[in-house]
Write a protein that binds this ligand. Structure first.
Ligand code: FAD
Length: 350
């Protein structure tokens, strides 16, 4: 467990510069970042309006394409400690605010013999796991019986289904008294009161160092395999995984490519499908439901950032951790607006 470190937070003397009693908040963007900001602020009594330029299908949002893994410990293998710190807090907030949508079954990491060195390195870098032998794997995931000799089990991780939790979050915002306007494009500099800019990659006009990192995914359907939790397969280039979804579906993800087009290459499709086949050969008979990609909004250091400029707050750079980080980032904004608390690892005052 990452220990809370008081150094991260201090109370700002240059408190947000707003007329006393301003409670009106405009959130721009209803992806995972904006939805969580709106939810926590609406539940705290702010008068929240969300503008989303897309329809409620949200297919333009990076959030629509995500796996939805809540994996603060696995991500420690390739991320800064900040991601684990915020991710642990987010897991608590997911369970507290969306208990019906948050699956807390943990996650598994497996490897083939040829990737043994990478597997051991992963085990050293990613804390909070227990090692399972073949019998242990069978006990937690019977479908994987006989497939792998050992696995790393992260019991405290979780996952959500993005295309179910986005509507659930939107419903929660409305239930808390907030409003959401879909097909409503809003200019960030033309709203009154507190403005929270969660436009993802579209915020590049205000945040020029943002870039898009393409992630490709495939959804398949089969009733021959049952998984309770995400299974990661060690891979020399990407963290590939298979995530169970409702209706006998599985999301296979995800590549990470420094490009901003929206295509899926044959090579990526082959690698993703091979990963699923390596987890279980029965995936060979699965029906392909979807092949798609999204662009993760990222800053050069791949770290999230909350930028504060008077009454304008930009929440962005969630990179490959949007679902993992969005609740904790929303709580940081709430703490700032209600008591001037600044997290000096995440927040920048312009
Ligand atoms: C294949 C893939 C797999 C992933 N897997 C995971 C995972 O397992 N776990 C995890 O934590 N993260 C994962 N991610 C990362 C995650 O999806 C992103 O970090 C996250 O979606 C970013 O959220 P966002 O709200 O910042 O941006 P978006 O989801 O892009 O939302 C921004 C929204 O703003 C709207 N908008 C833009 N401009 C305007 C405007 N002017 N007016 C109104 N609305 C506007 C857009 O239409 C959009 O809906 C994955 C990403 C991909 C692509």
């Amino acid at each position: 467990m990452v220990q809370p470190d008081r150094i991260h937070t201090h109370i700002s003397s240059s408190r947000i510069n707003l007329p006393v009693g301003t409670r009106s908040v405009t959130v721009i963007g209803a992806g995972i970042a904006g939805a969580w900001q709106a939810l926590l602020l609406a539940r705290a009594g702010f008068d929240v309006t969300v503008h989303e330029r897309d329809s409620d299908a949200m297919a333009q949002a990076a959030s629509h394409w995500a796996g939805g893994m809540l994996a603060p410990y696995c991500e420690a293998e390739a991320s800064e400690p900040l991601i684990t710190r915020l991710g642990e807090r987010s897991l608590t907030l997911w369970r507290e605010h969306l208990p019906d949508e948050t699956r807390c079954e943990g996650s598994l990491v497996v490897a083939h013999a040829r990737d043994r060195a990478d597997y051991e390195r992963f085990a050293r870098m990613a804390p909070e796991h227990t090692r399972l032998d073949a019998a242990g794997i069978e006990a937690v995931e019977p479908s994987l019986d006989g497939r792998f000799r050992e696995a790393l089990f992260f019991p405290d991780e979780g996952h959500v289904e993005p295309r179910k939790v986005l509507p659930a979050l939107h419903a929660g915002i409305r239930a808390a008294g907030g409003r959401i306007a879909f097909e409503s494009e809003q200019a960030a500099d033309q709203a009154d009161g507190i403005v929270i800019d969660c436009r993802g990659l579209a915020a590049r006009d205000a945040l020029p160092d943002l870039r898009g990192v393409k992630g490709e995914e495939i959804i398949v359907e089969t009733d021959e395999i049952t998984l309770a939790r995400p299974v990661r397969l060690m891979h020399p280039r990407w963290p590939l995984y298979v995530i169970p979804r409702d209706g006998n579906r599985f999301m296979i993800g995800a590549t990470s490519i420094e490009r901003e087009d929206d295509g899926v290459t044959v090579r990526s499709a082959l690698e993703l499908l091979s990963a699923a086949y390596a987890v279980h050969p029965a995936f060979a008979e699965a029906r392909i439901v979807e092949i798609g990609s999204g662009l993760r909004p990222a800053f050069p250091d791949n770290m999230p950032r909350i930028t504060i400029e008077g009454s304008r707050i930009a929440v962005n750079g969630l990179y490959r951790h949007g679902f993992l980080l969005a609740p904790a980032l929303a709580e940081l904004t709430l703490n700032y607006l209600t008591r001037g608390a600044l997290d000096n690892e995440v927040m920048r005052c312009a």
